[in-house]
Design a protein around this ligand. Structure first.
Ligand SMILES: [Zn+2]
Ligand SMILES: [Zn+2]
Length: 365
């Protein structure tokens, strides 16, 4: 793997919100662009970073020179009949890739990594992040996550918003948000991310759909510097929001301290003041503060902007979480933050994906 893909390579030493895309393909799997062309597309879209996530191969990573022009975070879309999940952060070949890299699109899991949980436990132990992709997207062959036995304790992220140019995602993406909401309510602090799942700039002949676009959606991550290691650390700390173009801020103030997206305020009592802003919103919309899955405050987004203030009382015995959601008139997401958590951490005895399959019924938000 090229030196330029080292996770420690710093492209910008400044701390800040960086915009990227966690799901894209090259011609090493079923994308049309070469790795270098894909990076050019990312630069043209103004992205700060991309992960390349080819199906069951990391061959694209040998194709970069020593001086990167954009941060590329190594990734892989583990593509199984049970579903697809991205792994982020590998810096070379690892033992568990052996049964995956068989040249088939959907290899059978066998041997010591014979289940999705065994595979995720191994990647987690190597410091990598696991993220289930398009969990509720039906297709033929099926693209939704089909392994009810997957242990959520090894899952770091969920792709709550996949390529919105696919008509089926109009329903599948809100269902993924509902699934994530159920997990949050059960105490799983899994980071929500977006992925354009970009393959090609124009639809294939006969496909009646709009074009895909790299960076739609994108994910903003707060990182201490622009490097692969810092972006992945931002994801672990849930300092991230998913966006279809809108920029947002979301903060909680308590005890004279300001807390940002992803923070855990822990046990406290007294007032918490939430502040949020929306800018650059691409269409008329409503901005909502959501508590434990329920909208508790909302304002219209007009002229691309909104500003929200909401005061809540915290009780030491309550476990609550709050997130900002910007939705268009059809309920499609324009921005979604990860939560700010308050109170003791919730614990659940239900650890598997199948325990939460009810979210597929399509609850909102
Ligand atoms: Zn996929
Ligand atoms: Zn994909």
């Amino acid at each position: 793997m090229s030196q330029s893909l080292s996770l420690l390579k710093v492209l910008n030493p400044q701390a800040g919100w960086y915009r990227g895309d966690f799901h894209a393909h090259t011609n090493y799997s079923d994308g049309v662009h070469t790795p270098v062309q894909l990076v050019e597309v990312a630069r043209a879209e103004g992205l700060d970073f991309i992960t390349i996530t080819d199906h069951n191969t990391i061959d694209a990573f040998s194709k970069f020179g020593e001086e990167p022009t954009l941060l590329i975070i190594p990734g892989l879309e583990v593509t199984l009949k049970e579903g697809h999940f991205n792994v982020f952060g590998m810096e070379g070949w690892l033992d568990w890739m052996e049964p995956i890299f068989t040249g088939q699109n959907t290899p059978e899991l066998t041997g010591i990594y014979g289940t999705t949980t065994a595979l995720m436990r191994r990647t987690s132990s190597q410091g990598l992040l696991n993220s289930i992709n398009h969990p509720l997207l039906p297709w033929e062959p099926p693209l939704e996550w089909r392994d009810g036995a997957t242990d959520l304790r090894y899952l770091d992220c969920l792709e709550i918003w996949n390529d919105p140019s696919w008509p089926d995602n109009v329903q599948a993406n809100p269902k993924a948000v509902a699934l994530w909401t159920d997990w949050l309510n059960a105490g799983y602090r899994i980071t929500a991310i977006g992925g354009s799942d970009y393959h090609q700039p124009v639809p294939e002949p006969g496909q009646d759909k709009p074009p895909e676009r790299l960076g739609l959606p994108s994910t903003y991550v707060y990182a201490e510097r622009l490097s692969g290691a810092a972006i992945l650390e931002g994801l672990r700390r849930r300092r991230a929001y998913v966006s279809m173009g809108a920029r947002v801020t979301f903060q909680a103030q308590a005890d004279h301290t300001t807390h940002e997206i992803g923070a855990d305020l822990g046990e406290l009592s007294g007032a918490i003041d939430f502040k949020a802003t929306v800018t650059d919103c691409p269409s008329s919309a409503r901005a909502q503060i959501v508590k434990n899955g329920h909208v508790i405050f909302e304002v219209p987004v007009e002229g691309g902007q909104a500003s929200l203030r909401y005061s809540a009382d915290a009780m030491t015995t309550h476990s609550d979480w709050y997130r900002l959601h910007v939705a268009d008139q059809d309920g499609q997401m324009l921005a979604m933050t990860n939560p700010i958590f308050v109170g003791p951490r919730r614990r659940s005895d239900s650890h598997t994906y199948g325990d939460y399959a009810g979210a597929a019924s399509g609850k909102q938000p």
